[in-house]
Design a protein around this ligand. Structure first.
Ligand SMILES: NC(=O)c1ccc[n+]([C@@H]2O[C@H](COP(=O)([O-])OP(=O)(O)OC[C@H]3O[C@@H](n4cnc5c(N)ncnc54)[C@H](OP(=O)(O)O)[C@@H]3O)[C@@H](O)[C@H]2O)c1
Length: 191
């Protein structure tokens, strides 16, 4: 994809020495406070933070900034069928500073869209397939003025970005841990 049509994408993650970004029962403590400070610093430098539906359901992150003064950015969630709970932190927490965009597909009903829009969520539709079409989505986000995105996982979304050759930079923290487990999410999932 032409660089003048897509945001610059930085993949950021903390993983174990065996490449896991969570244990099979959820998110292990992979980052210490210094690492969180680095991640939050990086968040100050981008226009948007992006995560997949799985990360919202499993971790319910706020995707905010601690440690630094900042005027905010977009939070972007990829959710093909509009299924994240309406009481998720990305919907309820400080939406005046971190407005949330949910990217979904053409398949979702207007009724569903209205439910989210009533919570001040912006909906962007991309593609008619089972999942959000990333190649169509990139120019749409770019047109919205989103020039830099910090992609914060999880493993399935990371894979889709890599498969579509959309990653420009990778920032990894490698924790001195081995968790194992075939059901633990890896930095890159997919087929
Ligand atoms: N250590 C770290 O740095 C870090 C960072 C983030 C997350 N995590 C961990 O990662 C785990 C979640 O990872 P995950 O792989 O289960 O979920 P994920 O990658 O966060 O979300 C995947 C989901 O996003 C939706 N999606 C929509 N369009 C997509 C597309 N084009 N490509 C891929 N997915 C798309 C799909 O659900 P629908 O089809 O239903 O829309 C898909 O199942 C959590 O345990 C979390 O703790 C760790």
């Amino acid at each position: 994809m032409k660089e003048d049509k897509k945001p610059y994408i930085i993949l950021s993650a903390a993983m174990t020495m065996d490449g896991k970004i969570a244990s099979k029962i959820g998110d292990p403590e992979l980052s210490d406070e210094d690492d969180w400070k680095n991640v939050h610093k990086l968040r100050t430098e981008v226009d948007a933070i992006m995560v997949g539906k799985g990360t919202i359901i499993k971790d319910n992150p706020k995707l905010h900034i601690k440690y630094y003064e900042h005027k905010g950015y977009y939070r972007i969630v990829l959710d093909s069928n509009l299924a994240i709970p309406l009481n998720s932190n990305v919907i309820t927490y400080k939406s005046n500073i971190y407005p949330t965009i949910i990217c979904t597909t053409e398949n979702v009903s207007l009724k569903k869209i209205k439910k989210y829009e009533s919570k001040n969520i912006r909906i962007i539709k991309s593609g008619k397939g089972k999942r959000v079409d990333l190649l169509k989505l990139m120019p749409l986000l770019f047109k919205e003025g989103i020039k830099t995105i910090l992609l914060e996982g999880g493993g399935n979304l990371n894979w889709s970005f890599i498969k579509n050759d959309l990653i420009d930079e990778i920032r990894l923290t490698i924790a001195p841990l081995i968790v194992g487990g075939k059901n633990a999410v890896s930095l890159v999932e997919g087929e």
